[in-house]
Write a protein that binds this ligand. Structure first.
Ligand code: MF3
Ligand code: CO
Length: 256
């Protein structure tokens, strides 16, 4: 169901999303070669709780038969891991890695969701370009996140931009509405036809989240039931914000 948020609900969304923004400012300082993704997740959980939010991803049940509940506060997906990487003690971050962190905070019954890809030390030029293109793709998409456009306009803009840069989008996962639920309607694919899908209306809160692959779009899933990786071993990046649709320009709630 698509939910239109009231003034009070928008205030609560703004509040939790501000915590997500502050969270990433603090988390960035903890990322360094030699830290394990498990340790980084422990730091992340502490930062979030100190900021007054609950890590909503812990125990998240996707409701798919055979898929275990998500165990950690963050998804940490390194290099060829695209999304949903589970933090591990034996996964050590090294110089030149690109590290995507995705997390959802919960406060006063509302969720805020954002993802960032961090470049650790000296990554190569193409890795940096991939990270830039992924972030830029979000800003291409948000141009259409206002009344007068449809969800397909956002999807189309993201997909065409990524293609124009020689990269692929992940097709199996998509952005989404957000609010009292972590995932609400509408789904927002990173590819699609302009002019299709539901109309964008003030009071919607949406997550636009380009997930971009350097090489071919084919993927595989690790036997942990979660981690999604590129089949060709090429790099992948993720960038996501929670936004609010208004009468005019959208507000990015997870950037301060
Ligand atoms: N934050 C993710 C998203 O953008 C959801 C991660 S799934 C979870 O939709 F299990 F880790 F919560
Ligand atoms: Co997310």
């Amino acid at each position: 169901m698509v939910t239109i948020k009231s003034k009070k609900e928008i205030e609560l969304m703004e509040d939790v999303c501000k915590i997500v923004a502050l969270f990433y400012e603090q988390l960035e300082k903890k990322i360094r070669p030699g830290i394990s993704t498990y340790e980084l997740d422990q730091e992340a959980e502490k930062i979030m709780r100190d900021l007054g939010a609950i890590p909503a991803q812990i125990g998240y049940d996707p409701g798919v038969k055979g898929v275990p509940k998500y165990p950690s506060a963050t998804c940490i997906s390194v290099n060829d891991e695209i999304i949903h990487g589970i933090p591990h003690k034996n996964h050590i971050i090294k110089d030149g890695d690109i590290v995507s962190v995705d997390t959802v905070c919960l406060k006063n019954g509302f969720h805020g969701d954002a993802a960032r890809t961090f470049i650790v030390g000296n990554a190569d030029k193409e890795a940096k370009r991939l990270v830039d293109v992924t972030k830029n793709a979000f800003f291409e998409g948000i141009k259409y996140a206002k009344p007068g456009f449809r969800i397909g306009d956002i999807s189309h803009a993201v997909g065409e931009y990524v293609k124009s840069q020689g990269f692929s989008v992940l097709r199996e996962f998509q952005g989404h509405g957000i609010g009292r639920e972590m995932h609400e309607d509408p789904g927002i694919p990173n590819y699609g036809k302009a002019g299709k899908g539901i109309r964008i209306e003030p009071g919607m809160t949406l997550c636009i989240e380009p997930m971009v692959i350097q090489g071919k779009p084919n993927i595989w899933q690790a036997d942990d039931g979660w981690t999604i990786l590129t089949e060709d071993g090429s790099l992948s990046a993720h960038y996501e914000n929670t936004i609010l649709i208004t009468e005019n320009e959208p507000k990015i709630l997870t950037i301060i």
